[in-house]
Design a protein around this ligand. Structure first.
Ligand SMILES: [Zn+2]
Length: 167
């Protein structure tokens, strides 16, 4: 994870202290503790009539050029469902409707420390797929011929989906 050096409130230097059960960065000037928490994100498993899964090829780091589920980080005013559908629209042009929650999982992130990601199933959608923001390409893949996915968390949602609907 990228290390923070200065306090975002007073610009004082951060120092490591054992506090509240673990080593944490604290401001040497104002004393605030810099809590580090997973960043919430949401993604969608979009299945078409043939039961093929929609994947986007990442056009930006990390994992540029690899395939993953459409998704991204939550904005402050959003609920996870809104995030998932907004990201779907931005990355693929599709307007989706949430079918159900698939799962919630956390995974380590080199940049943010950890990401807490919620996966939703989308079976009904409108529009035709066009690669948008941050996406180099998009395609529907048969479930038994998926390319390697960029993130373990996304693979986990795929496995949950298979266990639920393709036993
Ligand atoms: Zn400070």
């Amino acid at each position: 994870m990228q290390k923070k050096k200065f306090c975002p409130f007073c610009a004082g230097s951060l120092v490591e202290h054992f506090t509240e059960g673990r080593m944490r960065s604290c401001c040497g000037s104002c004393g605030k503790i810099m809590y580090e928490n997973p960043i919430p994100a949401a993604c969608t498993l979009v299945l078409n009539q043939e039961n093929h899964l929609l994947l986007v090829k990442r056009g930006v780091p990390p994992k540029e050029g690899e395939w993953c589920l459409p998704g991204g980080f939550m904005e402050l005013e959003e609920g996870p469902e809104e995030t998932a559908l907004r990201e779907l629209k931005e990355e693929t042009g599709l307007q989706g409707k949430i079918d159900r929650l698939i799962g919630v999982t956390a995974h380590p992130s080199a940049m943010y420390g950890a990401v807490l990601i919620t996966g939703f199933l989308v079976r009904s959608f409108s529009g035709s797929p066009v690669s948008g923001d941050d996406a180099e390409d998009i395609a529907f893949f048969p479930m038994d011929r998926l390319p390697p996915l960029a993130f373990d968390s996304h693979m986990r949602f795929v496995r949950i989906y298979r266990d639920l609907y393709m036993p």
